[in-house]
Write a protein of this length. Structure first.
Length: 108
């Protein structure tokens, strides 16, 4: 599993029949800054993920990839490689809070 930020959405009007009705989001994986360990930094990569939870733009989410992405009831028979499986509330590393979801973000 990976921590990622939702940076956009994707619309594909023509796609495999099994993909119809599934929301697609652009996600950017993040990691703990290896030097300071006091902040999250982008990995510089971008993925398209199926959203099964209703994530929003700017939210930090938990993603899974590969065959694990097809192990949820919603994605069992889909031709996908990345799925959002969680909405992140907080991230703590070395007793530091690197991310905390605000109440206003949770309401959006």
């Amino acid at each position: 599993m990976f921590l990622a930020k939702v940076t956009g959405s994707l619309v594909a009007t023509q796609k495999a029949d099994t993909m119809r009705g599934h929301k697609l989001l652009v996600v950017e994986p993040f990691r703990v800054d290896p030097q300071s360990r006091d902040r999250l930094v982008s990995t510089g990569r971008t993925f398209i993920a199926v959203d099964t939870l209703g994530a929003g733009l700017g939210e930090f989410v938990l993603i899974t990839q590969g065959s694990s992405a097809r192990m949820t009831p919603e994605t069992k028979n889909l031709p996908i490689d990345t799925v959002i499986v969680g909405l992140i509330d907080t991230v703590h590393v070395d007793q530091n809070c690197l991310f905390r979801r605000t109440e206003s973000a949770a309401a959006d």
